[in-house]
Design a protein around this ligand. Structure first.
Ligand SMILES: *Cc1c(COP(=O)(O)O)cnc(C)c1O
Length: 469
């Protein structure tokens, strides 16, 4: 399988090159040249596979430059760290199916992709005798999932910037109590945006970037999307079971459009109608809901909500969907992205008909999030985290009678216990994963939000490229 850029500016590359490249060198995003189709018979034959076995069947259709036995091993190790044997179990409440994606080491769905990506990086670096220094800024969740993905791995150092005292105590501890020698937590005296600006500055310094072989972990890496396709197919098998001619809908709490884009790929792969509809749920950062409903893709200010991992305006994976929307026309994609970068707005009303065939959408206020957590707890004795509650609220509004609805549960409620406690009046039960974390020894460098200082710190602690070749 070859990979292309949405902007058409690179010659086709292999899967492993696409993983190492991350963002395409022409500024676009990488996509497989074609989406493999899965027939009904093949799908039925997957019914009894374990999660890792199913992951191998799906991923191997996109990966032809890693030997099967190696890919199987990478997949097995990636999902052995989950506390549920099913990896992504489904529970049933009322007429909703809740797909629990939070049984990984940091209790959020990002583990599913980042456990895999960490092992994949380690494997590829060892094969090529190279190293990687990963740098990222986090507002909370991504940082810890990335750190757990690469902790203790050879040939990889990770530097994560978070805003000092501006993330929850649990989120901070989840990162800083990882004291492996390849993990560097930096708390900056500033905001998340300051951290992100520093990371951008470092990446745009091409000499520095090449010297230290800097790598990114944000959600634009195709391998992350690929890993997420698996649980959509897994859910279809689970919900549909042996019934023929059955279809189902998914509701996805959305920020950067990574998770729902994986659903879009799954929909394209599976027999027509298996996934009938994708429901895109946003919090009050509703740019994507406005896009689906009115064709209006225009930035506004980021609002702080009780579902912070979705407090995003420009969704970094949107360009991938845009590319399909304009019928794989890369010059057009490039033009539109340029227009968006200049004006912060795109009028996509002329594509409305197609967009509405792909998605339906609605947005949810903080008050509705709280009400949904409270009501769901009363009615079903099940505790939703605020992100999952965004999805459940929209699923209830937009559900079609008679069609099974799967809601993606993207975080464990204990991760956001303050919001949950306010909604239901008691603390959600904690998770074994968090036991003792507040008292555990931690390591973190506190620094000014200065790209010069951070640059110096990184050069002192970065892995050096092997010499001699
Ligand atoms: C990252 C995240 C989301 C949003 O997922 P995207 O792929 O960015 O759309 C939703 N919920 C939680 C808990 C997250 O961490």
């Amino acid at each position: 399988m070859q990979y292309l850029s949405t902007r058409g500016g690179i010659s086709p590359i292999s899967f492993t090159d696409s993983v190492m490249m991350g963002l395409a060198e022409d500024g676009g995003l990488l996509l497989p040249r074609t989406i493999p189709r899965i027939g009904c018979e093949t799908l039925t034959s997957w019914n009894n596979l374990s999660y890792p076995e199913l992951a191998f069947e799906i991923m191997s259709r996109f990966i032809d430059d890693i030997p099967s036995s190696d890919l199987k091993d990478i997949i097995n190790r990636s999902y052995a760290t989950f506390s549920s044997e099913e990896v992504t179990p489904i529970v049933h409440h009322g007429d909703l199916h809740i797909l629990e994606l939070f049984h990984g080491p940091t209790l959020a769905f990002k583990d599913i992709a980042l456990q895999f990506l960490g092992n994949l990086f380690e494997y590829l670096l060892s094969k090529n005798n190279s190293i990687l220094n990963i740098i990222g800024a986090t507002s909370g969740d991504t940082g810890s999932a990335a750190i757990y993905g690469v902790r203790g791995k050879e040939r990889l150092n990770i530097f994560i910037l978070h805003p000092h005292h501006r993330i929850s105590r649990v989120q901070e501890k989840q990162m800083t109590t990882v004291t492996d020698k390849n993990v560097f937590n930096i708390a900056i005296r500033g905001s998340f945006d300051d951290g992100q600006a520093i990371v951008k500055t470092l990446f745009s310094d091409i000499e520095f970037k090449n010297k230290y072989s800097l790598g990114a972990i944000n959600s634009i890496n195709w391998a992350r999307i690929l890993a997420q396709v698996v649980y959509y197919v897994h859910s279809c098998l689970h919900v549909i079971g042996h019934e023929k001619d059955c279809s189902l809908d998914f509701t996805v709490p959305t920020g950067n459009f990574g998770d729902i884009f994986a659903g879009f790929i799954a929909k394209k792969m599976l027999p027509a109608g298996t996934i009938r509809q994708l429901v895109l749920a946003t919090n009050s950062n509703d740019i994507l809901a406005r896009f689906v409903n009115n064709g209006d893709y225009s930035l506004s200010d980021v609002k702080i909500t009780s579902s912070p991992s979705m407090d995003i305006q420009a969704a970094s994976n949107f360009e991938r969907y845009l590319y399909y929307l304009v019928d794989n026309d890369s010059p057009r994609t490039k033009e539109l992205m340029k227009e968006f970068a200049q004006t912060g707005t795109l009028d996509l009303t002329s594509y409305q008909e197609q967009v509405r065939r792909d998605f339906v959408s609605s947005s949810v206020s903080n008050e509705e999030i709280s009400d949904t957590i409270s009501r769901f707890y009363k009615e079903h004795d099940y505790i939703l985290d605020p992100h999952t509650a965004v999805g459940v609220n929209v699923a209830e509004k937009l559900k079609t009678a008679g069609i099974p609805m799967v809601c993606l549960a993207t975080a464990h409620p204990a991760k956001f216990s303050e919001v949950v406690e306010k909604a239901i009046g008691t603390q959600p039960p904690s998770s074994d994963v968090l036991a003792g974390i507040l008292e555990a020894p931690s390591r973190c460098e506190i620094m000014d939000a200065s790209s010069k200082d951070i640059r110096q710190y990184i050069s002192r602690h970065a892995l050096q490229k092997p010499t001699g070749d």
